[in-house]
Structures are given as C-alpha cells and as structure tokens.
Ligand binder design. Structure first.
Ligand code: FMN
Length: 261
C-alpha cells in the first residue's frame, strides 16, 4: 500500500459525521478539518503518480470555487510534457517543489474572456428560456462593469458616475475602473480555485506546494500565454515525501487578525 492510499484522509468519511453532529447540521466538519489541518506546503514528493482521474476530479472541484458573476475566468495548464516540465522547473528557480512534483500546474487568470463567457452563460444557463433578469445582468450590467480601454479613459467616466451615484442615490457596486483592477478581479477569483485544487488533492491523500517564486514572463512564454493571462501561481503536486515538510506549521495569534466591529 502506498503512503498516499494509507493517508487518504477524508474523501469518503463524510456521512458518518452526519448523525454525530446532526444537531449542528455540520455533517462534514470533521472531514473538512482533517483536510484543512493536514494540508501543508510540501517541497519534496515521492515518485508515486497522481492518477489522471484523481487529478481530473480535483480540477473539477477547483472549478466549483465561487467566482464573481460565475464568469469562470480561470484556466489550468497541466504540464504533461517532460521537455516543457524541465524548462518550467528552471523557471520555478529549480525549486524542489517543482522539480520533484509529479504534476506541475500553472493556475492562470484571464482578463479577456468575460464577454465571451457572458454569452456562454446565457447559452448554457440551466433555466431556458433564460430569465429576463439574468439576460439583462449579463448583457447590460456586466459590460458596464468590465469594459476597459487601453488607456483607462473609461476609468474616469466610471469613477465620475459612481461618485455622483453614491452621493445622490446611495451605495453602488464599485466597478473595475482600470485594467489593474480587472487583473485583481481575475486573480482573486482564480486564487479561490487554486485553494480548492490544493484541498481536493489533500482530500485524495496527495499534497501540493503553491509557488509564487517563478519567472512569470518566462513561464508565460513557455506556455504560450498572452498579456491577458496572469499566472496566479504554479502548483507542484504529488505524494508527500518523508522529508517533504521543511518546518512545523505555525501562525500568529488569532486575535492579531480577527476584529469584531
Ligand atoms: C501565493 C503563494 C506563493 C508561494 N510561493 C512559494 C514558493 O515559491 N516556494 C515555496 O516553497 N513556497 C511557497 N509558498 C508556500 C508558503 O511558503 C507557505 O504556504 C507558508 O510558509 C505557510 O506554510 P504552510 O502552507 O505549510 O501552512 C507560497 C504560498 C502562496 C500562497
């Protein structure tokens, strides 16, 4: 039995908690805690492969992450080619987490497909004919919020409109003023998918290391990405090796971060 199969914390252990914690209506709490608390950034992996169907299921779960207006602007580049991987490892500055990974994945945010995805949502919306409200949202409001121009001239117009609206009529959603705001939007949604992916792999008994330490322009070139693609992180994944964890996990005190207002 591989370490991975012995150490599959959690994927099927949900139902048994239903009755134990039924009064709290928290059927998955213990399994969830096990996944969260056993996740570490692992820097060395064994040779045990992550089966294709496991990776596929984890990527499917990654894409269940919440995301603004369900525009699903993420992409996942699974580096299968040995040749590409060798170059990608170098671009990850030779980090062990990349070098020893069984799977190396670029988690990418796109800022250029919101219009196309808006149309796709209308086309694939589970309720057909699409409710007028939904159609209006994707055909009118989304373009208002997301349309950008190369010199950010629209940002001034949007800023003027929202400032006046706020004063005269009250609260208004802050639109994406500049291209930089749009990048932030795409990346923040994509980070949630990245976390889902790492937790899903953990639930299957595998491990990951998120990496921000890589040469982004070089990686984009290697993967054939454009200026509209933004690499949120590289993720090395595989089975945890005995020497895969470099230090004990610790966090600062809870009260340092939580403010009740
Ligand atoms: C955005 C991001 C970038 C990171 N980049 C790297 C990296 O390049 N190399 C690395 O070894 N760890 C990297 N990490 C992992 C962190 O060092 C790690 O999450 C942190 O030390 C806490 O440890 P833990 O994940 O085991 O709880 C990164 C984590 C995040 C979220």
């Amino acid at each position: 039995m591989t370490k991975q199969s012995q150490n599959k914390p959690h994927i099927e252990s949900q139902k048994s908690h239903q009755s134990e914690s039924g009064s709290l209506n928290a059927p998955h709490l213990e399994a969830f805690k096990q996944v969260i608390e056993s996740r570490r950034s692992v820097r060395r992996f064994t040779d045990t492969p992550i089966p294709d169907e496991v990776l596929k299921d984890c990527l499917r779960m990654a894409m269940l992450a919440p995301n603004a207006s369900n525009l699903q602007q993420w992409e996942f580049y699974v580096i299968d080619s040995e040749e590409v991987k060798k170059k990608a490892v170098k671009l990850c500055l030779g980090q062990n987490a990349a070098k020893t990974s069984n799977r190396l994945i670029a988690v990418v945010a796109r800022t250029d497909n919101w219009r196309q995805h808006s149309k796709q949502i209308i086309k694939e919306y589970p309720q057909q004919p699409v409710p007028a409200k939904v159609k209006r949202y994707y055909e009118k409001l989304i373009p208002l919020v997301y349309t950008q121009d190369p010199i950010n001239a629209l940002a001034v117009v949007k800023w003027g409109f929202t400032t006046v609206h706020r004063k005269v009529k009250g609260p208004v959603v802050t639109p994406y003023y500049t291209q930089a705001d749009q990048v932030k939007w795409a990346l923040s949604n994509t980070f949630l998918a990245a976390e889902n992916l790492m937790l899903a792999l953990r639930a299957y008994g595998f491990d990951t290391c998120p990496m921000g330490g890589f040469d982004e322009p070089g990686m984009k070139k290697l993967l054939g990405l454009t200026r509209h693609h933004h690499i949120a992180m590289m993720i090395g994944a595989g089975e945890r090796s005995d020497n895969g964890i470099y230090n004990e996990q610790f966090r600062f005190d809870y009260d340092q971060f939580v403010k009740h207002v």
